[in-house]
Design a binder for this molecule. Structure first.
Ligand SMILES: O=C(O)CCC(=O)C(=O)O
Length: 303
């Protein structure tokens, strides 16, 4: 008998599942308030004004980004920095906060590594033997200039691919402020064709996994938008294509997300990945004791 999910929900992880009201109003509010405190509190004094952009030819690759895996750092919206200066107040200029909130910040840690419901979901899904948490972020989608997140999937970390995204709405997410959309079934038709890696020449870039002439036609279909209320959790299969549009509305769209992957020896972590565990901060386990067996292959399965 699953602890938290229904059997139907477990079956749907081959695409994505939305769990309304996963976080209580109190817990959601605590995360939102904490995110806003962090935005108010960080210093611009030694900040390199790193922007977060997802376009292929201009991806973040500076040291501030590359060494952020075990820190809490602040990345600006593309349109919030002009001629080396912020065009608005810093708390309204940050695109995302990352990438070790779940390790370092007590409020985000409580919602992630110490969250009994997350452990129950990991046990119910049996998607991983011994899941690890990594890359936590608050995505702010600021008013008017909130950056779009182009179509992508999240399976870049391990061989075989094993990522699940846990994405929590902290505010109401609507078509106007950049709610997430998904391409159902894309996990079956879209092999992982490239991944975001550290380049030998420095910085980051995309490594092609399949020669361009062998890349199959793009998965066809209609994106489905998941409008969400604060506290809803969307669990995203690592191979499912998803995206979110630019926010030009007067309302922010704060969300908290982290990724869950399989550990060795069941999956091998890619040493080229931009995000590497450190001796001081290895990736933390989600479960107190591993799942005895997995019922979902980490490779995509039919929905
Ligand atoms: O929050 C968003 O708009 C995008 C999130 C996303 O793509 C992800 O968590 O992988």
């Amino acid at each position: 008998m699953p602890d938290y999910l229904t059997d139907d929900q477990v079956a749907k992880i081959a695409r994505y599942i939305c769990l309304p009201g996963f976080l209580s109003a109190e817990d959601t509010n605590a995360l939102l308030i904490r995110a806003k405190q962090l935005l108010e509190g960080f210093s611009l004094a030694d900040h390199p004004l790193t922007k977060f952009t997802t376009s292929d030819d201009n991806h973040v690759g500076d040291d501030y980004f590359l060494t952020s895996g075990d820190k809490i750092r602040f990345f600006f919206e593309e349109d919030a920095v002009k001629d080396g200066k912020l065009t608005r107040e810093k708390h309204q200029a940050v695109n995302k906060i990352g990438h070790a909130l779940h390790e370092l910040d007590p409020v985000f840690r409580a919602a992630t590594l110490e969250n009994q419901r997350i452990k129950a979901v990991a046990r119910d899904l049996k998607f991983h033997h011994d899941p690890l948490a990594l890359q936590s972020m608050v995505i702010c989608k600021q008013t008017q200039i909130g950056g779009e997140v182009p179509e992508h999937n999240d399976s870049c970390y391990t061989s075989p691919p094993s990522a699940l995204g846990f994405w929590f709405a902290l505010e109401k997410c609507t078509p106007e402020n950049g709610a997430l959309s998904f391409l159902p079934g894309s996990h079956l038709k879209t092999p992982i064709v490239k991944r975001f890696v550290r380049l030998p020449t420095g910085g980051t870039g995309f490594e092609e996994l399949i020669p361009p002439e062998q890349v199959p036609e793009k998965a066809e279909g209609k994106y489905i938008m998941e409008a969400c209320d604060p506290g809803d959790l969307v669990i995203i299969h690592g191979s499912v294509l998803h995206k979110s549009e630019r926010n030009t509305s007067p309302k922010t769209r704060f969300a908290y997300t982290f990724h869950m992957i399989e550990s060795a020896p069941f999956a091998e972590y890619d040493e080229k990945n931009w995000l590497q565990p450190t001796p001081q901060m290895p990736f933390s386990k989600i479960l107190d004791s591993p799942n005895v067996s997995v019922i979902k292959s980490v490779a995509p399965t039919a929905a």
